[in-house]
Design a binder for this molecule. Sequence first.
Ligand code: GAL
Length: 381
Amino acid sequence: MKKTLALILALAMALALVACGGNSAPAATEAPKAEAPAAEAPAAEAPAAENTGSGKTVGIAMPTQSSERWIKDGANMKSQLEAKGYNVILQYGEDDVQAQVSQIENMIAQQVDVLVIAAIDSGALTGVEAQAKAAGIPIIAYDRLLMDTDAVSYYASFDNEGVGRAIGEYIEKAKDLANTTETYTVEFFMGSPDDNNAVLLYNGLMKVLQPYLDKGTLVCKSGMTTFEQTCILRWSQEEAQKRCENYLAGFYADEDLDICATAFDGFAYGCRSALEGAGYTKDNWPLITGQDAELMASKNIVSGVQTMSIYKDTRLLAEKCVTMVDAVLNGTEPEINDTTTYDNHVLVVPSYLCTPVAVDQSNYEEILIGGGYYTAEQLAG
Ligand code: GAL
């Protein structure tokens, strides 16, 4: 049954490639280099692990290598799984939904034992998820929930609403919003509408900041405050830069922008470029938030061009995900700490949520360097 299905799939894929000129999806068998450059993103030291993998194969579908965090995620997963005796197929879809579908189809055709997926578009994989289920291959959702499917067994992530709350609380505290008589201008740069994390983050952020918008302590001069108005497809840095440029040109000719409330380090980089282009200097540089504590963002925090980021330890996330891989393959129980929040419209997916931590100039040494995530040399350069 598995073999027949694999054959059908392989045939279907070959046909699809011919039909579209054979050029769109990167050849799914060609594993892209997943290794993070050693100096930039050291893979976590794999803990001495018992051999639970015993030659089984894990197919990992990651969204993109354009952002450093996913390179670290992939490298951590690979090293931790290999330390347990698993074989790993690791592929990146480079933000091309169709390419990710093809990669997953190919992993199914190769009869992987389990799939770990960080989706590009969380709702676009239902077909291929059903194929995996039919082939008896369990699926684990990695950091981004897989929507509209009953084929997902577990979800490993961070508390995504908590990320938004932490960003909001950081702004609230930094500007003393509860007590100040000043007003501060703010613009919002939120995540991709096809990523369930993005709306949760927005909700968490607005739980903290909406009262200050209502009171007038925070003023959003563009008027763009809803999720629909502020979300940015595929978490595009370029689009964030463009939006920021437009806001600055359209609404901030006479008054400075004080706060860029962004949901992702990539957006913070985009805002930085826009602000530099508009002539902002360290005298009127705004508070800029981010998420992921990427290496570049962390360096920007040290130098002061980004104010904070949310540290999501990808080593820890990988570790939790690996326990889920063990669980689905060996019948053990993984650690779960949430069974109510992550409803994907078909089922509530049992989840493990790691705790996000805000990092800024005051604690990066303790958290990022002390925690072994980056070395002092990496952050100094
Ligand atoms: C989200 C994730 C963020 C960030 C973003 C862009 O799914 O929660 O931490 O990485 O993707 O890659």
